[in-house]
Write a protein that binds this ligand. Structure first.
Ligand code: ATP
Length: 382
């Protein structure tokens, strides 16, 4: 992995289709111009807000080196944090079959371009809902892969903090494809991370200690994995409520159950594992290394019979709603200020966003407007 201060992205990569957009980024497919193999990559451009360097390739204070936190805006905090964590991953974790690999970093006035391993196999839940039915054993393979990635990250003192199905992508389309953990925008390396980055996590997967603003640790990622496992086996999240406040209360109390009929056929071993992962007291949760020895996770006690087809139907519904919300938030965050205000207003009246999401959006707006940000990067405005 190398960082280029002088070379431009376009010297080394041909940038092709847009793969997706995040709140602060656009991800495009790229093809290497170096070597004969024409390696395909994903190029994640983290957009820069606030002061910009004057020329392409110029080093800035928000770049690869450790920044002065007080000098940077909220979006730069997210941008710099992701780079800081990716650097630690390159130093301490890569290559790992279940963690996204970073190949190159380029910087220009538009922002920072991370050249990443291309994952063309799609998001975790998208692949699962493309099957009519699936079994516990298949879910255990997914959990094993995530646990293996987390084990490596935790050993390197990296806490993901935003572990959710959309941050787990399959490397390719094959049935034996590895699953990669990615998106380290909210992650933390020991205590170097600015607390501002904790604002954007989604509540469904957030641990009780994070909600209570207590110490977040590797065990908080294990909670998120418990939520993912619960959804994989039932098609719906463990903590549902009419209001966000009520949902928070249920999470903090660890108030979930296995009462829905879909749980009747699920193995005792899987339910026991979920109950341990969703322990309110963080120290009671198994670690990623513990998980990799658990009989259900290694596949011994995971059932091979197909689960109720209702699970896939429910998961499809849950996934579609989640995508709609994510697209709405990304469209607001990545458009021009004037357009954003319009889109934000329409979203404010929408029931698709929770009060916390709306509050985060409002906060985000206040800060970027205070920074006099003018959204000049054309690719984000299309
Ligand atoms: P945010 O970072 O704002 O929380 P996000 O996680 O959706 O949002 P990105 O990580 O920028 O944003 O990803 C945007 C989209 O690009 C995602 O939907 C993802 O599917 C796709 N993507 C990201 N990284 C890769 C990759 N390495 N290979 C293929 N697709 C990718």
């Amino acid at each position: 992995m190398s960082r280029h201060d002088c070379r431009k992205l376009s010297d080394d990569y041909e940038v092709v289709d847009v793969l997706g957009r995040g709140g602060f980024s656009v991800v495009r497919k790229g093809v290497s111009k170096r070597g004969r193999e024409k390696k395909q990559v994903a190029i994640k451009t983290l957009r820069r807000f606030g002061p910009q360097p004057k020329q392409a390739g110029q080093k800035s204070n928000t770049s690869w080196g450790l920044p002065t936190w007080k000098q940077i805006s909220i979006s730069d905090a997210l941008l710099t944090n992701e780079i800081l964590v990716m650097r630690r991953i390159v130093e301490k974790v890569s290559p790992h079959v279940n963690v996204i690999n970073l190949y190159d970093v380029y910087e220009d006035p538009d922002g920072v371009h991370l050249v990443l391993e291309l994952c063309s196999g799609g998001e975790l839940f998208d692949r699962i809902v493309s099957h009519k039915r699936y079994c516990e054993f298949e879910a255990s393979v997914v959990v094993r892969q995530i646990a293996s990635g987390l084990e490596a990250l935790h050993k390197a003192n990296i806490i993901h903090r935003d572990l959710k199905p959309e941050n787990c992508l399959f490397l390719d389309d094959t049935s034996i494809s590895s699953l990669k953990i990615m998106d380290f925008g909210l992650s933390s390396v020991e205590d170097h991370t600015d607390p501002i980055v904790a604002l954007f996590g989604s509540i469904d997967y957030v641990s009780p200690e994070a909600l209570a603003r207590r110490q977040v640790s590797a065990a908080s990622d294990m909670w998120s994995l418990g939520v993912i496992l619960y959804i994989l086996l039932s098609g719906y999240p463990p903590f549902t409520a009419a209001t966000n406040t009520e949902k928070q209360q249920r999470i903090m109390a660890g108030d979930f159950n296995f009462e829905d009929p879909t749980w009747k056929t699920i193995s005792h071993s899987a339910k026991d594992l979920i109950s341990r992962l969703l322990s309110v007291e963080a120290y009671k949760r198994p670690t990623a290394s513990d998980l990799l020895k658990h009989p259900w996770v290694i596949g011994d006690s995971a059932k091979q019979e197909l689960m109720d087809s209702e699970v896939v139907t429910k998961l499809q519904r849950f996934n579609a709603r989640r995508k709609l919300r994510a697209a709405a938030i990304a469209s607001v965050l990545s458009s021009k200020v004037t357009l954003r205000t319009k889109r934000l207003k329409s979203l404010l009246g929408s029931h698709d966003l929770t009060p916390d999401e709306l509050e985060n959006l409002r906060l985000h707006f206040k800060r970027i407007c205070a920074n006099g940000e003018n959204a000049t990067l054309s690719e984000f405005e299309q």
